[in-house]
Ligand binder design. Structure first.
Ligand code: FAD
Ligand code: FES
Length: 282
């Protein structure tokens, strides 16, 4: 786990909303900057880690960091407004203050993946946790083999990061493959589940390191599909979500079998979570 810039990891630091970007109905990106210059200088994160964002008077939620670790001064979070806290966060605009604790958790194996192909498979707002790893690989394109980004949405109007997908696609040896469950006029991607686009993934990306996040049924279906295509189980990683409170391995709220998602995850080798994913209610 990366050290947090606060001496007390339970204490939120004040962060200012620098910009809010509306990505799709109910989905927005908050660009945050820590108000304290010392904390700002000390803040560093790894792709795949998350922060706890605190809406004063309402509560805290775990949200992935989606920006480039090369620029930790501005910390981006893409959020879907689903409940109490996130529906409050959607009302914040530039200049507003919220609390931030973090970064927390184990992120993607970007160091171990060096020299290999990369395959990102995501569904819905699940693309957020991989965004930072994609930025990381794009910034260091010569360190990795072919990169394939496969993303599925229910309908095209729910697609976020249109600009990012366009710019990622223009990077060398990079594919962006989109699928929507229901087509709408103008849709140029595939129609169906995200597994539909796996036929088009470059073989070196398919045989490289796979990083996935999204609904758990999707994670299972994609992992099985990749293994049928010859991918090794030890090359498949997933980012998991559970309700979090302390984010420090103390409260037990995020427990998943023997693991605590907040400190042992949220990124896990698929082999470690495969059995639990098929147990209903875990
Ligand atoms: C490690 C980690 C990273 C995360 N990263 C992100 C992220 O980058 N962006 C993001 O938007 N969310 C992310 N989440 C999920 C986010 O923490 C929850 O959406 C949030 O806790 C909801 O809080 P709330 O108070 O707004 O909703 P609550 O009041 O707690 O929930 C309200 C209702 O929404 C439902 N609900 C809660 N979470 C979800 C969900 N994820 N999808 C659909 N329905 C839900 C609940 O079942 C409930 O019915 C992450 C979670 C974890 C554990
Ligand atoms: S959130 Fe408290 S133990 Fe993980």
């Amino acid at each position: 786990m990366t050290k947090t810039p606060s001496s007390n990891p339970y204490l939120p630091l004040a962060a200012e909303v620098v910009e809010r970007i509306d990505e799709a109905p109910g989905i927005f990106t908050l660009r945050l900057r820590l108000r304290d210059p010392k904390a700002r200088a000390a803040y560093q994160f790894q792709p795949g880690q998350f922060n706890m964002l605190y809406l004063f008077g309402i509560g805290e939620v775990a949200i992935s960091i989606v920006s480039d670790p090369k620029d930790p001064e501005i910390i981006d979070h893409t959020i879907r407004a689903v409940g109490r806290v996130t529906k409050g966060l959607v009302r914040l605009g530039p200049g507003a203050t919220l609390g931030l604790r973090g970064p927390f958790g184990r992120g993607w194996p970007v160091a171990e993946a060096k020299g290999k192909g990369l395959l990102m498979v995501t569904g819905g707002v699940g693309c957020a946790p991989t965004a930072s790893a994609i930025q990381y690989a794009i910034q260091r394109r010569e360190d990795y083999g072919p990169l394939a980004i496969a993303h599925g949405v229910k309908r095209p109007s729910e697609l976020i990061y249109t600009e990012r997908f366009r710019s990622w696609e223009s990077a060398p040896q990079t594919q962006v493959l989109l699928a929507a469950g229901h087509a709408e006029p103008g849709w140029q991607g595939k129609v169906g589940l995200v597994t539909e686009v796996l036929d088009d993934v470059a073989p070196e990306a398919l045989q490289g390191i796979a990083m996935m996040c999204g609904p758990e049924v999707m994670l299972q279906a994609v992992a099985e599909n990749l293994m049928e295509r010859g991918a090794a189980i030890e090359n498949i990683y997933v980012s998991m979500e559970r309700n979090m409170q302390c984010a420090l391995g103390h409260c037990g709220n995020c427990q998943f079998g023997k693991e605590f998602l907040c400190k042992d995850g949220p990124v896990f080798p698929y082999a470690k979570v495969q059995k639990l994913l098929s147990v209903k209610g875990y």
